[in-house]
Design a protein around this ligand. Sequence first.
Ligand SMILES: CC(C)(COP(=O)(O)OP(=O)(O)OC[C@H]1O[C@@H](n2cnc3c(N)ncnc32)[C@H](O)[C@@H]1OP(=O)(O)O)[C@@H](O)C(=O)NCCC(=O)NCCS
Length: 165
Amino acid sequence: MDWQAGERSGTLAAQRGALADYSPHSQGIPMTKSSDFPAGKCPTIRVVMMPKDTNAAGTIFGGLILSHIDLAAAVESHQHHEGKLVTVAMDEIIFREPVHVGDVVSFFTETLKVGRSSVRVDVQVWSESRFGSVDRRLVTEAVVTMVAVDDSGKSIPLTNPRVPV
Ligand SMILES: CC(C)(COP(=O)(O)OP(=O)(O)OC[C@H]1O[C@@H](n2cnc3c(N)ncnc32)[C@H](O)[C@@H]1OP(=O)(O)O)[C@@H](O)C(=O)NCCC(=O)NCCS
């Protein structure tokens, strides 16, 4: 597969489109079933949500989820580049459901597109209800673009623009 050729087909994003269902309460946000959980995949990051991470409403602060999305996308992107990467864009962020203290949150990543200097990454965030429940919810989704840069901050070609087997 030519990873430099452009957008990859069969991505999680595309699969989500095929699996999407719409609830009358979802206000246009496609629902994802617990059975869609990518059980065979290793999450890029897993984190337990703590009381210090809450917002004024008592649920987990969205900024914390975003920072982990950024880190997960960076880990994914480093498969294509040995060196400095910066985030140029976070698109299509959807906070579907709140996350609660004690939830175990998994960040799954997939490379969508590899360019000259950039990597576009799909991030799915799944939350398991606290204390070992098998109730898994897709709580947040995002697409992140990272760019390889030199020490002066100028974009440079990726060192390894393909996905390892
Ligand atoms: C990332 C940065 C170096 C890009 O600068 P630039 O002048 O746009 O560089 P280029 O024109 O060479 O583009 C570099 C790549 O970024 C991509 N890009 C630029 N703007 C983009 C955007 N808004 N969305 C998606 N991709 C974008 C280009 O398509 C290009 O990809 P390619 O080389 O794979 O074809 C610059 O915008 C920057 O330093 N931003 C701040 C980064 C930062 O501080 N992030 C937060 C902390 S990590």
